[in-house]
Design a protein around this ligand. Structure first.
Ligand SMILES: *[C@@H]1O[C@H](CO)[C@@H](O)[C@H](O)[C@H]1NC(C)=O
Ligand SMILES: *[C@@H]1O[C@H](CO)[C@@H](O)[C@H](O)[C@H]1NC(C)=O
Ligand SMILES: *[C@@H]1O[C@H](CO)[C@@H](O)[C@H](O)[C@H]1NC(C)=O
Length: 494
C-alpha cells in the first residue's frame, strides 16, 4: 500500500516535473505569441493611424474636390413636341375672366360653411400654422375688397410675352427704360423663386428702369416666370432641375438678343443665376444675389463645427444670423417641413392646393409670414399686415391660381434636391463678379469668406438690419439701390 502510495507520490513528483518544464516551455511560447501579437497590435496601430489619415484625406478631398461640370446640352427638349422650332416672341396678357371670378366666389362659399370647424385656438398666434381669425380677415379682403378688374389691369401694366425655348413656352415681363443717349442701357435678368413670381418685382421695376443722377447706366429688365411657374409651360417629363432651368433662362436671353447681361436672383432664382454664372461665365457680366448661401458640404460642416467651437469667429460679422446653433437647428426643423414635403411628394400637396383658392392662399401665406420675420408667428396677425398690403400678396396668389400652376411649381424642389447636381455645381467656382445682399431674416446666410470659396470675385456685400427673404417684394427701394451699387462695382471691375 505504502509502496503504492510512494509510487504514486513519485508519480506525482514526476508529474510536477513534467508540468514545470511544460510551463517554462509554455511561457516562452507565450512570450513568442505575445511578442507576435504585440507586433501585430503595433502594426495595427500604425495601420489604424494610416487608415485614419487616409480617411481624413478622403473627407478632405470630397469636401474640397472641384468636380467636372455636368455635360451641357443647350438644346435639350422639354415639351410634348420635339420638332417644332418656333422662335417668335408673342405678346401675352394676364386674364382674370368673369367665369374665373365666379368660380372663386363659389369656392369661397364652401369655405365659409366649414369655417367653424377650423377655428384656431385663442392666443396661439401662428404657432399652429395660419391662424383662422387672421386668415378670415385676409380672406374677406379677397372676397369683398380685392378688385379683380383693377388688379388685372395693374398686372398688365408691363408688357408680357411668351416665347418657345427648348419646346416650352416661357413667359416673361420686359421693361425698357426711357433714357438719354449718354446713359447706357444694360440688360438685367431678374429671377424669382418659390412661392414668388414676377409680381415680386413690380415695385422694383420702375426704380431699376429710371436713370439715376449718380449712375451712367440704367437697366432694361427681363423678368421671366420659371418653367412650370405661372404662365411658363411645365416640362412633360422629369429632370428639369435648377441646372436645366439655368440653360433655359440663358437661352431666353439669347432669344432676346443678349449674349452678355447682369443677373439678380433670390431663393431658387439665386441657384439658377449662380448656375448660369458657373456654366456660362463669359456671358454673365455680374451676379447680384439676395440669397447669399453656400450649399456645399464644406460650408455645412464649417457652419456646424464653427457653431460648436467659435461662433463669433466663424460667423465673421453675421454670427447673430447663423447662431446659436441650437436655436437655428430648431428653427430649421420647425420651418422646413414644407420643403421636405415638396422635395418628396410635390404632387400630393399639389392636388390639395389646386383644388381650392383657400387652400392655396393659406399655404402660400404661411411662407410669406415666416420668411419675412422669424418672430411673426407670435403675432396675432402673423405680422403680414405690417410688411405687405393684402392686394400685393393676393396678386401673387392669384397668378398661381389662375394659371393652375402650383403643382408644377412645387416640383422644382423634387427635381433639384433629389439629384446630386446641386452639390456638384456648388463646388465649381466662378469668376463672375458677384455681390451679396443680406437681409436680416434671410433663411440661410453665409459670411463673405465662405461665399468667396465659390464666387472668387465677390466684390462686396451689404447687410441690412431689417427685411426678409423676399427682398424686392418687401423692400423694393433697398433692393434696387443695392443692385445699382453692385452693377457699378461690376462695371468698374472690368
Ligand atoms: C424629346 O427630346 C428629349 C431629349 O431632348 C427626349 O428625352 C424625349 O424623349 C423626346 N421626346 C419625344 C416625344 O421624342
Ligand atoms: C461653397 O464652398 C465650396 C467649398 O467647399 C466651394 O467649392 C463652393 O463653390 C461654394 N459654393 C457657394 C455657392 O459659395
Ligand atoms: C420682427 O418682428 C418682431 C415681432 O413682431 C418685432 O419686434 C421686430 O422689430 C421685427 N424685426 C424687424 C427687424 O422688423
Amino acid at each position: 500500500m505504502s509502496k503504492k502510495t510512494k509510487n504514486k507520490s513519485v508519480n506525482v513528483n514526476n508529474l510536477d516535473k513534467n508540468e514545470k518544464s511544460k510551463t517554462t516551455k509554455d511561457s516562452s511560447k507565450f512570450k513568442i505569441v505575445f511578442g507576435v501579437f504585440a507586433k501585430i497590435i503595433s502594426y495595427l496601430f500604425v495601420i489604424k493611424a494610416l487608415f485614419t489619415i487616409y480617411c481624413i484625406y478622403l473627407v478632405y478631398v470630397s469636401l474640397t474636390n472641384v468636380p467636372d461640370l455636368p455635360k451641357v446640352d443647350v438644346n435639350v427638349r422639354w415639351g410634348v413636341d420635339n420638332n417644332t422650332h418656333d422662335t417668335r416672341i408673342r405678346p401675352y396678357r394676364v386674364i382674370f375672366s368673369d367665369a374665373m371670378e365666379s368660380e372663386i366666389r363659389a369656392l369661397f362659399e364652401d369655405y365659409r360653411l366649414m369655417e367653424r370647424k377650423i377655428k384656431s385656438f385663442k392666443n396661439t398666434a401662428w404657432t399652429y400654422g395660419v391662424h383662422s381669425d387672421a386668415f378670415a380677415q385676409f380672406f374677406s379682403h379677397w372676397i369683398f375688397k380685392y378688385k379683380f378688374r383693377e388688379r388685372v389691369k395693374f398686372l398688365n401694366k408691363y408688357d408680357h410675352f411668351l416665347t418657345n425655348i427648348q419646346g416650352l413656352d416661357i413667359h416673361f415681363v420686359r421693361v425698357k427704360p426711357k433714357a438719354d443717349k449718354n446713359v447706357k442701357v444694360v440688360p438685367l435678368l431678374l429671377l424669382h423663386g418659390w412661392p414668388g413670381s414676377v409680381r415680386e418685382f413690380y415695385e422694383a421695376i420702375p426704380l431699376l428702369t429710371t436713370p439715376r443722377p449718380d449712375y451712367d447706366f440704367v437697366f432694361e429688365v427681363i423678368a421671366p416666370s420659371l418653367p412650370g411657374f405661372v404662365f411658363s409651360e411645365a416640362p412633360t417629363r422629369p429632370g428639369l432641375d435648377t441646372y436645366e432651368m439655368a440653360i433655359i433662362m440663358r437661352n431666353l436671353m439669347r432669344r432676346l438678343g443678349y449674349t452678355q447681361y447682369y443677373i439678380q436672383g433670390g431663393d431658387f432664382g439665386h441657384m439658377i443665376g449662380s448656375h448660369i454664372a458657373t456654366i456660362f461665365p463669359s456671358e454673365v457680366l455680374g451676379f447680384h444675389t439676395n440669397f447669399p448661401v453656400n450649399t456645399s458640404k464644406l460650408s455645412l460642416l464649417t457652419w456646424l463645427l464653427g457653431g460648436l467651437l467659435w461662433p463669433s469667429y466663424f460667423g465673421n460679422g453675421i454670427e447673430d444670423r447663423m447662431y446659436p446653433l441650437k436655436d437655428k437647428m430648431e428653427f430649421y426643423l420647425e420651418e422646413t417641413g414644407y420643403s421636405h414635403l415638396q422635395s418628396t411628394k410635390p404632387d400630393t400637396i399639389g392636388i390639395v392646393l389646386t383644388d381650392s383658392p383657400v387652400a392655396l392662399g393659406s399655404y402660400i401665406l404661411d411662407r410669406f409670414m415666416i420668411f419675412t420675420n422669424h418672430t411673426n408667428k407670435f403675432e396675432d396677425e402673423g405680422g403680414i399686415d405690417k410688411y405687405y398690403d393684402f392686394d400685393k400678396l393676393l396678386d401673387n396668389i392669384m397668378l398661381y391660381w389662375v394659371s393652375g400652376s402650383i403643382t408644377t411649381s412645387l416640383r422644382i424642389y423634387k427635381e433639384t434636391f433629389a439629384g446630386s447636381r446641386l452639390n456638384n455645381l456648388a463646388q465649381v467656382p466662378t469668376s463672375v463678379p458677384t455681390w451679396a445682399l443680406r437681409l436680416k431674416y434671410e433663411l440661410f446666410q453665409h459670411p463673405d469668406y465662405m461665399l468667396r470659396w465659390k464666387y472668387t470675385n465677390l466684390l462686396g456685400s451689404t447687410n441690412l438690419d431689417y427685411g426678409g427673404h423676399f427682398a424686392a417684394f418687401e423692400r423694393p427701394k433697398d433692393f434696387s439701390d443695392d443692385v445699382f451699387k453692385a452693377v457699378k462695382a461690376f462695371r468698374n471691375f472690368k
